[in-house]
Ligand binder design. Structure first.
Ligand code: TYD
Ligand code: ZN
Length: 419
């Protein structure tokens, strides 16, 4: 990888000396080197005090949970300026509306009580709230929570924990449904979540988790899914093993397109629901893919290294031909790619993004200016790296003019290619 300037390492990080779920031995799979927080977009005056930690991921040799070896303190990441708003993507908003309809049809009755952990701007709870259900969001980031509250969604400003669960139970009673989308994978102490579930969930209640799926990450060589917030990348095998350890079981699941490939897991207390054959099918499938051996994890690392080298070569080619390259969408994922590949403003002159909180700032670690999406349309580059590759359909459609006028997309998932 390209050399980087020496970062100011902070002490605010925690190293895992064993698997966070079962205390098994961790095998190191991939080391990315010094990495800033994926969402810590910053102003030029803050470059000197930037926070870095060593990003590396490994897998447990007992329960095969893929996880970060070190992670920053959650309070560093989820705070009053968290710049991710679920509602910023049209398709994500549709996805959550559909998710709400699904759980409503399957599990809710009039007056049911729903708690969403990591409720962000309330995109998921909004339709359930409008349908007359009792809804409560739990969200530690004040700015996203404020957006939910402005839509009338009751939001408890905190991390979910056994303490929070007791407080909610005292105020509102047992929850019939507890959901967490793209959230459980962010929480370094899953036992806290399961203890909280045990307290708050009604005896016959259902918990639904939806998170990026390890199988898709591996298949697409999507190493950019590995960043500070993603403490875990679950497989059906590691999720069922974790649920079992804490008195729950996965009784159903459904693959999702979101975040480049996710899995939705339906959990209940052990023995409470009949288990869908889909669960066994996925476990068998993962076994045949070797997910409970080390081989595919090491194969993934090799492919990541090749992919990063190819992307660097591709960007250097454009530079040699004096053809300007921009980035499309300053995603969290892009932070891993840019820092791992050592790509700065010399190779990518700007990144356009729709989030006002990111515009006018610079990308974490690599200091590429983030501009509005109008800038991309007004001053189109020769080529653009599609960092929001998980929204490719939506973006390629709305930016069809770019290609029509000779612009080229640089894709790096599942392979580096220019088209
Ligand atoms: P996402 O892939 O959901 O993000 P992450 O990797 O951060 O989880 O993409 C969200 C980011 O992409 C957000 O900064 C907004 C930006 N974005 C655009 O700028 N334009 C778009 O059309 C879309 C869909 C996203
Ligand atoms: Zn383990």
């Amino acid at each position: 990888m390209r050399p980087q300037t020496e970062p100011a390492h902070s002490t605010l990080k925690r190293a895992a000396d064993a698997c966070r779920v079962c205390r098994g031995t961790l095998e190191t799979i991939i080391e990315f080197g010094p990495m800033p927080l994926a969402n810590a977009f910053l102003k030029a005056e803050d470059f000197e005090r930037e926070y870095f930690f060593d990003l590396a991921a490994g897998v447990c040799t007992r329960c095969y949970m893929f996880q970060l070896l070190k992670q920053p303190e959650p309070a560093q990441m989820f705070h009053e300026h968290y710049p991710f708003f679920t509602g910023s993507s049209v398709r994500m908003t549709e996805h959550f509306r559909h998710f709400a309809e699904t759980v409503q049809a399957r599990f809710l009755k009039p007056g049911s009580f729903i708690v969403e952990i990591g409720s962000n701007d309330g995109t998921f709870l909004e339709p359930l709230h409008r349908a007359g259900h009792r809804c409560l969001g739990v969200e530690p980031s004040a700015n996203t929570a404020a957006r939910a509250i402005s839509k009338g969604i009751r939001t408890h400003l905190d991390f979910f924990s056994p303490g929070t669960a007791k407080q909610i139970l005292g105020e509102s009673g047992h929850a019939n449904l507890i959901t967490a989308a793209n959230c459980l994978c962010h929480i370094p102490e899953p036992q806290n979540v399961f203890e909280g579930l045990n307290i708050l969930l009604h005896e016959s209640g259902v918990a639904v988790f939806e998170d990026p799926y390890w199988g898709d990450v591996m298949e697409r060589t999507a190493y950019d899914q590995i960043y500070d917030e993603h403490v875990f990348l679950f497989s059906v095998s590691s999720m069922t093993s974790m649920a079992g350890r804490f008195g729950f079981e996965v009784f159903d699941l459904e693959p999702q397109w979101t975040h480049g490939g996710s899995m939705r897991y339906y959990l209940s207390r052990k023995g409470n629901k009949s288990i869908s054959p889909k669960v066994t099918e996925w476990l068998t499938r993962e076994k045949s893919q070797g997910f409970t051996t080390l081989k595919p994890y090491h194969g993934f690392r090799e492919r990541c290294e090749i992919s990063a080298e190819k992307l660097i070569l591709c960007l250097e080619n454009f530079k040699h031909q004096s053809q300007p390259v921009a980035g499309y969408a300053a995603t969290s994922k892009s932070t891993t790619v840019l820092n791992y590949c050592g790509v700065g403003p010399d190779l990518i002159s700007f990144i356009s993004d729709t989030t006002p909180e990111k515009q006018g700032k610079y990308t974490p670690g690599t200091h590429i200016p983030v501009v509005s999406f109008e800038t991309f349309q007004k001053t189109p580059p020769k080529a653009a790296v599609l960092f929001a590759w998980n929204h490719a359909d939506e973006i390629l459609k709305k930016e069809s003019d770019f290609q029509a006028k000779g612009g080229q997309w640089i894709h790096y998932i599942p392979d580096v290619r220019v088209e």
